[in-house]
Write a protein that binds this ligand. Sequence first.
Ligand code: SF4
Ligand code: SF4
Length: 62
Amino acid sequence: MYIVAVDPDTCSGCDACADSCPAHLLKFVDGKTEVVGDETECMGCESCITICPSGAVTITEM
Ligand code: SF4
Ligand code: SF4
């Protein structure tokens, strides 16, 4: 199981990650990206980490 998190202080709001997530866990809200739904549905594919230019996304394997 993986858990995804976005650091709001590091996120620059580029909105690059939302479309990269096959589980639709990342949503652009008020200029920042937030994790929506069940963060434990992250599949650990690392698409969001690869595309994020700010290093704002982390996934943790539980
Ligand atoms: S690792 Fe993959 S499934 Fe998990 S939040 Fe990132 S893009 Fe979505
Ligand atoms: S790709 Fe990174 S900097 Fe851009 S919106 Fe997503 S978390 Fe924020």
